[in-house]
Design a protein around this ligand. Sequence first.
Ligand SMILES: CC(C)(COP(=O)(O)OP(=O)(O)OC[C@H]1O[C@@H](n2cnc3c(N)ncnc32)[C@H](O)[C@@H]1OP(=O)(O)O)[C@@H](O)C(=O)NCCC(=O)NCCS
Length: 149
Amino acid sequence: MNNKYSIEQRQLLSGCLPQLHVLLDRCYSRPPRDVFYRLIEQYRTGFPAWLARSGDGRIIGFIHLAPNSKGGTLETLAVDPDFRHLGIARALVNHLLDATSGVVSLTTRIPAFFATQGFQSISVLPDQSVFMIHVHFDREDLLPSEVIE
Ligand SMILES: CC(C)(COP(=O)(O)OP(=O)(O)OC[C@H]1O[C@@H](n2cnc3c(N)ncnc32)[C@H](O)[C@@H]1OP(=O)(O)O)[C@@H](O)C(=O)NCCC(=O)NCCS
């Protein structure tokens, strides 16, 4: 298998929804299998999203940010089972973090993975998923008195 991939940023998902449906069904094969439909309900044009593509152009990875006034929520991280352990998820998360100033939050069942990406665990939720945050402000977002020379 050719392990080459590329990552592109999108501000809309039209044109790639059928491929995203296949990807998310492959990635979330056990219940709840409605991840694609939750994406459709939640995603709005303009939300920053990143696609990973294999050398032949197939969508093999996805992540998006649901923005809010303080940063946003990391949503829908998924990498095709045939392309795992190549660092694609890490690369997608890094793209999202590099593009987002403020607080990025998420809930996850794999906190160890996100801890290596600089996320802090805040709380274990009743369903045993973990609420985590990553805080990073761009210098220009800080008030002058908060910038320490
Ligand atoms: C989680 C997921 C996105 C990782 O994708 P990936 O491209 O293989 O991840 P990377 O190659 O960047 O990093 C791999 C590392 O992440 C960690 N990791 C990946 N999946 C993990 C899991 N299920 N549990 C714990 N750690 C995990 C491991 O440390 C792994 O290291 P290794 O390659 O040395 O084993 C992918 O397995 C996936 O799509 N899973 C199904 C959907 C999902 O769980 N999404 C996350 C919801 S918050």
